[in-house]
Design a protein around this ligand. Structure first.
Ligand SMILES: [Zn+2]
Ligand SMILES: [Zn+2]
Length: 433
């Protein structure tokens, strides 16, 4: 990533500072336009909130986006990575291509908030009837990016480059396809002509007006862990004739805990190994033949992921072997770590400060949640930030978190969201002409 960004950055540092001012001068016009469309953006968000759609089924949402982009004179491609929408806005002057991304999918959660725009949708998810809810705030992301499209389209002739609006399906993953969302969009070539990519996530437990950011790894890689320990079944009264998969599994679980305490340099980055389920056995006096463990692994950066995976393999296989059991170990990589390119983060810090005010920026600890925005960042330098969506004075400890039925977003931060993404675009264009 650093290699990709190097030449882009050095060039304007040497000779290109004149253009920086020109593009930065668009900021007041961005502010005015963003303020003037605030109520429209809120209306869009409420409509999308009321009719949420699960991953790869976001057809109503996609149509709303495509219609809006077309009305602005933006070139639109639909059905990208199943239901995704990509809009291309060519500025009046040549320059880099800057991508902005919003995810569109809701979750199989039944909303409990009493709102005039409470979700009315239900669906079948993995064979189960469920309510559908924008319980992660992706409705806000869509509305904000539709707003940004309107802001930037209004100053199209002054833009020194191209803006690519990426509306992505299925960020939360799907159970019925191997590849979806950002990863599939990348595979379909969406990042090929892009120079830099920016995205945001609204946060229900961060006050409106605040922005969280971090250089380097900001969110974790997520991997699924599946272990099957196979032993020899026996009567519970005669354990010596068994190879006990329950005792072996217990040792494995405790062994895995030492990865964090003894193998990972926790002063650099945290990591997580969680076993979420143990399945084995049927009654009190039977030692079963087999125990299944499933869990999740969270790491920051490829190097740490490699180390943690290596230790999981060593611990699981060797403990099983020492007990005379056999073991089936699966480590499935889902999303890689979301890594903010350090050079680009530094370059964009003045844009964040100008939009939110330096006092409203929060330098975040690494977040052990995951985001498939990481796939875009693996292709081109990118920055991902968090936008405050909790009402002012709210208590983050008692405010419902993401993916819960009481999840709630205060819309007061939408204008800031539009301003930040628009500043990223024009400031990047100014500095990377
Ligand atoms: Zn989510
Ligand atoms: Zn999300």
């Amino acid at each position: 990533m650093k290699k990709l960004l190097g030449p882009l950055l050095l060039f304007p540092l040497l000779i290109g500072t004149g253009t920086l001012v020109a593009q930065t001068e668009l900021r007041p016009a961005i502010d005015t336009k963003a303020n003037s469309i605030e109520s429209k953006v809120i209306e869009w968000r409420r409509d999308i909130h009321m009719y949420p759609e699960l991953g790869n089924q976001e057809t109503r949402t996609a149509k709303k986006i495509a219609d809006h982009l077309r009305s602005l004179g933006i070139e639109v491609t639909e059905n990208v990575a199943v239901t995704g929408v990509v809009g291309v806005l060519k500025g009046g002057k040549p320059g880099p291509t800057v991508a902005l991304r919003a995810d569109m999918d809701g979750l199989p959660v039944t909303e409990r908030n009493e709102l005039p725009f409470k979700s009315v949708n239900t669906a079948t998810y993995n064979g189960q009837e469920t309510g559908v809810m924008h319980a992660c705030g992706h409705d806000s992301h869509v509305a904000i990016l539709m707003g940004v499209a309107e802001v930037l389209a209004s100053m199209k002739d002054d833009l020194e480059g191209t803006v690519k609006f990426i509306f992505q399906p299925a960020e939360e993953g799907v159970f019925d396809a191997d590849m979806a969302g950002a990863e599939l969009m990348v595979k379909e070539g969406v990042m090929e002509d892009v120079d830099a990519v920016f995205g945001l996530h609204i946060n229900s437990q961060t006050e409106v007006g605040k922005i969280g950011y971090r250089s380097g790894p900001i969110m974790a890689a997520v991997d699924n862990l599946e272990i099957t320990v196979k032993g020899v079944q026996a009567h519970g009264a005669y354990p010596w004739s068994s190879v006990d998969p329950i005792v072996t599994s217990s040792q494995i679980i405790m062994g895995l805990q030492t990865i964090l305490s003894r193998s990972v340099n926790v002063t650099q980055n945290p990591a997580v190994v969680t076993i979420g389920a143990i399945h084995g056995g049927i009654r009190h006096n039977i030692i079963p033949e087999e125990v299944k463990l499933i869990g999740t692994v969270r790491t920051f950066g490829d190097e740490q992921q490699k180390l943690v995976h290596k230790r999981i393999n060593e611990i699981v296989i060797n403990i099983a072997e020492s007990a005379g059991a056999t073991v089936d170990l699966k480590l499935e990589k889902l999303y890689p770590s979301t890594v903010n390119n350090p050079d680009l983060t530094k370059e964009m810090l003045p844009s964040l400060e100008a939009a939110a005010g330096a006092e409203n920026l929060i330098y975040l600890n690494p977040v052990t949640g995951a985001e498939d925005f990481s796939f875009f960042q693996r292709e081109k330098p990118g920055v991902f930030i968090f936008l405050g969506g909790m009402k002012k004075g709210g208590d983050p400890l008692t405010t419902p978190s993401h993916h819960t039925p009481g999840f709630y977003i205060d819309e007061g931060g939408f204008v800031l969201g539009m301003r930040v993404l628009s500043y990223f675009v024009v400031d990047y264009m100014g500095q990377n002409k």
